[in-house]
Design a protein around this ligand. Structure first.
Ligand SMILES: CC(C)(COP(=O)(O)OP(=O)(O)OC[C@H]1O[C@@H](n2cnc3c(N)ncnc32)[C@H](O)[C@@H]1OP(=O)(O)O)[C@@H](O)C(=O)NCCC(=O)NCCS
Length: 171
Protein backbone atom coordinates (compact mmCIF):
# COMPACT_ATOMS: atom_id res chain seq x y z
CA UNK A 1 0.00 0.00 0.00
CA UNK A 2 1.47 3.35 -1.06
CA UNK A 3 0.20 6.94 -1.18
CA UNK A 4 2.01 9.76 -2.99
CA UNK A 5 1.68 13.41 -1.99
CA UNK A 6 3.50 16.34 -3.63
CA UNK A 7 6.63 15.79 -1.47
CA UNK A 8 6.13 12.48 0.34
CA UNK A 9 5.55 8.78 -0.04
CA UNK A 10 3.43 7.06 2.60
CA UNK A 11 3.77 3.29 2.60
CA UNK A 12 3.33 0.19 4.69
CA UNK A 13 6.11 -0.45 7.19
CA UNK A 14 8.77 -3.12 6.70
CA UNK A 15 11.79 -4.43 8.63
CA UNK A 16 14.15 -2.10 6.69
CA UNK A 17 12.51 0.92 8.35
CA UNK A 18 14.12 0.08 11.68
CA UNK A 19 17.01 2.57 11.63
CA UNK A 20 14.97 5.44 10.21
CA UNK A 21 12.20 5.00 12.76
CA UNK A 22 14.71 4.56 15.57
CA UNK A 23 16.26 7.94 14.68
CA UNK A 24 12.81 9.47 15.24
CA UNK A 25 11.63 7.48 18.27
CA UNK A 26 14.93 7.82 20.13
CA UNK A 27 14.97 11.64 19.78
CA UNK A 28 13.80 13.28 23.03
CA UNK A 29 12.52 16.32 21.12
CA UNK A 30 10.19 14.08 19.11
CA UNK A 31 8.95 12.05 22.08
CA UNK A 32 8.38 14.98 24.47
CA UNK A 33 4.60 14.50 24.20
CA UNK A 34 4.62 10.91 22.86
CA UNK A 35 3.04 8.00 24.72
CA UNK A 36 6.45 6.51 25.60
CA UNK A 37 9.85 7.94 26.63
CA UNK A 38 12.54 8.04 23.90
CA UNK A 39 13.58 4.57 22.75
CA UNK A 40 16.96 3.69 24.21
CA UNK A 41 17.68 0.60 22.16
CA UNK A 42 17.12 -0.61 18.60
CA UNK A 43 15.28 -3.59 20.11
CA UNK A 44 12.62 -1.25 21.52
CA UNK A 45 12.05 0.25 18.09
CA UNK A 46 12.08 -3.24 16.52
CA UNK A 47 9.23 -4.30 18.84
CA UNK A 48 7.35 -1.09 18.00
CA UNK A 49 7.88 -1.71 14.26
CA UNK A 50 6.78 -5.34 14.58
CA UNK A 51 3.46 -4.07 15.95
CA UNK A 52 3.02 -1.82 12.94
CA UNK A 53 3.98 -4.58 10.48
CA UNK A 54 1.67 -7.09 12.22
CA UNK A 55 -1.30 -4.86 11.39
CA UNK A 56 -0.81 -5.96 7.78
CA UNK A 57 -0.18 -4.14 4.49
CA UNK A 58 -3.80 -2.99 4.06
CA UNK A 59 -3.94 -1.28 7.43
CA UNK A 60 -3.92 2.55 7.10
CA UNK A 61 -0.78 3.23 9.13
CA UNK A 62 2.20 4.49 7.15
CA UNK A 63 5.91 5.11 7.26
CA UNK A 64 6.68 8.52 5.71
CA UNK A 65 9.50 8.86 3.17
CA UNK A 66 11.03 12.10 1.90
CA UNK A 67 13.48 11.70 -0.99
CA UNK A 68 13.96 8.03 -0.06
CA UNK A 69 14.64 8.76 3.63
CA UNK A 70 12.29 7.49 6.36
CA UNK A 71 11.29 10.58 8.35
CA UNK A 72 8.39 9.39 10.52
CA UNK A 73 4.98 7.82 10.55
CA UNK A 74 1.38 8.93 10.08
CA UNK A 75 -1.86 7.03 10.27
CA UNK A 76 -3.92 4.76 12.43
CA UNK A 77 -2.33 2.07 14.56
CA UNK A 78 -5.89 1.48 15.75
CA UNK A 79 -8.77 3.09 13.91
CA UNK A 80 -10.24 5.63 14.52
CA UNK A 81 -7.35 7.21 16.47
CA UNK A 82 -4.76 9.10 14.41
CA UNK A 83 -1.06 9.16 15.35
CA UNK A 84 1.96 10.86 13.80
CA UNK A 85 5.57 11.69 14.52
CA UNK A 86 8.23 13.33 12.35
CA UNK A 87 11.96 13.72 12.76
CA UNK A 88 12.58 17.16 14.34
CA UNK A 89 14.98 18.16 11.52
CA UNK A 90 11.94 18.28 9.23
CA UNK A 91 9.46 20.19 11.40
CA UNK A 92 7.87 23.44 10.32
CA UNK A 93 7.61 22.76 6.58
CA UNK A 94 4.01 21.59 6.42
CA UNK A 95 5.12 17.97 5.99
CA UNK A 96 2.93 16.66 8.82
CA UNK A 97 -0.12 18.41 7.39
CA UNK A 98 0.66 16.81 4.03
CA UNK A 99 1.20 13.31 5.44
CA UNK A 100 -1.58 13.21 8.03
CA UNK A 101 -4.02 14.86 5.62
CA UNK A 102 -3.28 12.17 3.02
CA UNK A 103 -3.71 9.35 5.57
CA UNK A 104 -7.06 10.80 6.68
CA UNK A 105 -8.33 11.26 3.12
CA UNK A 106 -7.31 7.67 2.36
CA UNK A 107 -9.32 6.36 5.32
CA UNK A 108 -12.43 8.38 4.46
CA UNK A 109 -12.14 7.24 0.82
CA UNK A 110 -11.68 3.53 1.56
CA UNK A 111 -13.48 2.84 4.86
CA UNK A 112 -17.05 3.11 6.00
CA UNK A 113 -16.16 5.32 8.95
CA UNK A 114 -17.81 8.62 9.86
CA UNK A 115 -15.46 10.09 12.42
CA UNK A 116 -11.78 9.98 13.37
CA UNK A 117 -10.28 10.87 16.76
CA UNK A 118 -7.07 12.21 18.29
CA UNK A 119 -5.68 12.33 21.81
CA UNK A 120 -3.06 15.05 22.36
CA UNK A 121 -1.13 16.52 25.28
CA UNK A 122 -2.57 19.99 26.09
CA UNK A 123 1.00 21.40 25.93
CA UNK A 124 1.65 20.02 22.44
CA UNK A 125 0.98 23.25 20.54
CA UNK A 126 2.29 22.01 17.18
CA UNK A 127 0.08 18.91 17.25
CA UNK A 128 -3.00 20.89 18.32
CA UNK A 129 -2.43 23.43 15.54
CA UNK A 130 -1.99 20.60 13.05
CA UNK A 131 -5.24 18.92 14.11
CA UNK A 132 -7.20 22.17 13.93
CA UNK A 133 -5.75 22.93 10.52
CA UNK A 134 -6.94 19.52 9.32
CA UNK A 135 -10.47 20.28 10.56
CA UNK A 136 -10.48 18.44 13.90
CA UNK A 137 -12.67 19.94 16.65
CA UNK A 138 -12.09 19.65 20.38
CA UNK A 139 -14.47 17.24 22.09
CA UNK A 140 -13.14 16.93 25.63
CA UNK A 141 -10.37 16.87 28.19
CA UNK A 142 -9.00 14.05 30.33
CA UNK A 143 -6.83 14.33 33.42
CA UNK A 144 -4.03 11.84 34.11
CA UNK A 145 -4.72 9.78 30.99
CA UNK A 146 -1.15 8.62 30.31
CA UNK A 147 1.68 7.65 32.59
CA UNK A 148 4.87 8.23 30.60
CA UNK A 149 8.04 7.18 32.37
CA UNK A 150 6.41 7.74 35.78
CA UNK A 151 4.88 11.15 34.95
CA UNK A 152 1.12 11.59 34.59
CA UNK A 153 -0.03 13.47 31.49
CA UNK A 154 -3.40 14.93 30.53
CA UNK A 155 -5.19 14.69 27.18
CA UNK A 156 -7.22 16.94 24.96
CA UNK A 157 -9.56 14.89 22.78
CA UNK A 158 -10.36 15.82 19.20
CA UNK A 159 -12.66 14.44 16.51
CA UNK A 160 -12.93 14.89 12.76
CA UNK A 161 -16.10 13.98 10.94
CA UNK A 162 -16.23 13.34 7.21
CA UNK A 163 -18.11 16.60 6.68
CA UNK A 164 -15.64 18.64 8.79
CA UNK A 165 -12.77 17.35 6.65
CA UNK A 166 -14.63 18.32 3.49
CA UNK A 167 -15.59 21.81 4.60
CA UNK A 168 -12.71 22.94 6.80
CA UNK A 169 -9.55 21.58 5.22
CA UNK A 170 -7.38 24.02 3.32
CA UNK A 171 -7.53 23.78 -0.48
C1 LIG B 1 3.27 17.51 15.56
C2 LIG B 1 4.26 17.39 14.41
C3 LIG B 1 4.02 16.08 13.64
C4 LIG B 1 4.07 18.57 13.47
O1 LIG B 1 4.95 18.41 12.36
P1 LIG B 1 5.28 19.58 11.33
O2 LIG B 1 5.64 18.96 10.03
O3 LIG B 1 6.24 20.54 11.93
O4 LIG B 1 3.85 20.29 11.19
P2 LIG B 1 3.41 21.27 10.03
O5 LIG B 1 4.62 22.01 9.50
O6 LIG B 1 2.55 20.53 9.05
O7 LIG B 1 2.57 22.34 10.86
C5 LIG B 1 1.22 22.15 11.20
C6 LIG B 1 0.73 23.42 11.88
O8 LIG B 1 1.32 23.51 13.20
C7 LIG B 1 1.99 24.75 13.36
N1 LIG B 1 3.15 24.51 14.22
C8 LIG B 1 4.25 23.76 13.94
N2 LIG B 1 5.09 23.78 14.99
C9 LIG B 1 4.51 24.55 15.94
C10 LIG B 1 4.87 24.91 17.27
N3 LIG B 1 6.02 24.48 17.83
N4 LIG B 1 4.02 25.69 17.97
C11 LIG B 1 2.85 26.11 17.42
N5 LIG B 1 2.44 25.77 16.18
C12 LIG B 1 3.26 25.00 15.45
C13 LIG B 1 2.38 25.14 11.97
O9 LIG B 1 2.58 26.55 11.86
C14 LIG B 1 1.16 24.70 11.19
O10 LIG B 1 0.10 25.61 11.34
P3 LIG B 1 -0.32 26.60 10.14
O11 LIG B 1 -0.76 25.70 9.04
O12 LIG B 1 -1.38 27.42 10.72
O13 LIG B 1 0.93 27.36 9.80
C15 LIG B 1 5.73 17.40 14.92
O14 LIG B 1 5.90 18.55 15.71
C16 LIG B 1 6.11 16.17 15.70
O15 LIG B 1 6.53 15.16 15.16
N6 LIG B 1 6.00 16.23 17.06
C17 LIG B 1 6.39 15.14 17.92
C18 LIG B 1 5.45 13.97 17.89
C19 LIG B 1 4.07 14.34 18.39
O16 LIG B 1 3.93 15.14 19.31
N7 LIG B 1 3.07 13.73 17.76
C20 LIG B 1 1.67 13.99 18.10
C21 LIG B 1 1.23 13.19 19.26
S1 LIG B 1 -0.51 13.52 19.56
Amino acid sequence: MEIRTPRLTLRSAGPDDLEGMHAVLSDPRATLWWSTPPHETLEQTAAWLDGMIANGPDHPDFVIELDGRVIGKAGFWRLPDVGYILHPDLWGQGLAAEAVGAAIDHVFATRDIESLTADVDPENAASIRLLERLGFVRTGFGERTWNVGGVWKDSVFYALSRSDRKTKAPA
